[in-house]
Ligand binder design. Sequence first.
Ligand SMILES: NC(=O)c1ccc[n+]([C@@H]2O[C@H](COP(=O)([O-])OP(=O)(O)OC[C@H]3O[C@@H](n4cnc5c(N)ncnc54)[C@H](O)[C@@H]3O)[C@@H](O)[C@H]2O)c1
Length: 435
Amino acid sequence: MTISVFGIGYVGCVSLGCLAADGYDVIGVDTNSAKIDLINSGIPTVLEKGIDEKINYGVSEKKIIATDDFKYAVRNSEISVICVGTPLDRDGALNLSHVFTVAKQIGAALKSKKEFHIVSVRSSVPPGTISQIGNIIAAESKRISGKDFSVLANPEFLREGNAVNDYYNPPYTLIGGNDKMAMSKLAEIYSSVNGEVIFSDIKNAELIKFVNNSFHALKVSFTNEAANICSKLGIDANEFMELFVKDTKLNISSEYMKPGFAYGGSCLPKDLSALKNIASSNKVTAPIIDSISISNESIINKAFELIINTGKKDIGFIGITFKDGTDDVRNSPYVSLAKKLLDKRYSVKIFDSRINLENLTGANKEYLFKELPVISDYLLHSYRELLSESEVIIVNSYELVKKSELMKIKNKIIVDLIFADESLKSKENYIGLYA
Ligand SMILES: NC(=O)c1ccc[n+]([C@@H]2O[C@H](COP(=O)([O-])OP(=O)(O)OC[C@H]3O[C@@H](n4cnc5c(N)ncnc54)[C@H](O)[C@@H]3O)[C@@H](O)[C@H]2O)c1
């Protein structure tokens, strides 16, 4: 199989070398004649461990050629891989002009090509771009997307400095599209790449790089804030972070990473506030740590907006504790939400069989009565009572009421704040926090 690679910079050059080493014939296309000459002389365009021998082998075995003739490249290949740059514009948005130029070129070349063609977009492009590329190619070629060609999102996860190793060992190979045949065919070119191949929706595959890299940036900056605090306290920051990452149960894991409502409870808000205080009292600037609670508050505000936008006044809460499996209401974000609604003169009713006002003691009781002084007026004894007294049902728990009961709800608006059940989404009048 022959594959054309548009853009022979970091991503494209590594793809050229690795695809040739894996047995494919590859045509590199670039607008930069110096890069074309380098490749055709068997020299990589980038400095990367292990790429020299691959490019050299590919050129000497006539498996790699480079050219600026895009029509030749498209007509003589079954798959075109787009690896051109997507630099930032002045306003912070991505400049997609190179990607769109290549789309036009591929479209122009496809005009006179009968065979089906696959376009794999390895450049990092924002959601919606794959569809735009498809439209450009269709307009230029007068061919039909899905019938004559298919455009797939295929993000690249390599890191410079370790690019060849990363090419063969990505976290996974992700192919976003809606053409199963084309997706399977593209997956074949990665048969010597380790790890799982995941087929996804196009927008997932478009967005993932930006969320990944923002998370990596967050990790770097969060670590540096923690290190600044350590150094002020005379703690060895390296030793400390080694300890931190050793916790692969709660710290470096998928725990706490399921979309849901705001955090609360007796530990996270208190200890976060304590850390902010340790930082500020030691004159350490920690903008990420300082802003976590602002982000959390914005989720409570978002839920508040969703509820007031229903236009209804009688609001019923299923669950008020800060999470399932506990009767702890301290710093419960649901209590904050109920309080916000009460302050705006909404009628709030609560069903939570885990809370027994007579048995409640200590700080838990103190908190609840401080935040909702007449809680006994709002707390109902049964789910049925809650249903009959509410126009909007806020779902904060799936342990208090069976899913089958929720599915039976009629003529009420359901606001699901924990996003725990897909089947609820199909219900009429369903509003999910992230739906
Ligand atoms: N560099 C990385 O570590 C990395 C990792 C993953 C993803 N990415 C993404 O991959 C894409 C490419 O990144 P890169 O670092 O390889 O960029 P790069 O700047 O090194 O290479 C881009 C190449 O595209 C060429 N080009 C521009 N317009 C062209 C056209 N019309 N036809 C053919 N070639 C053209 C340029 O001359 C250049 O050689 C970007 O979207 C980037 O965000 C980069």
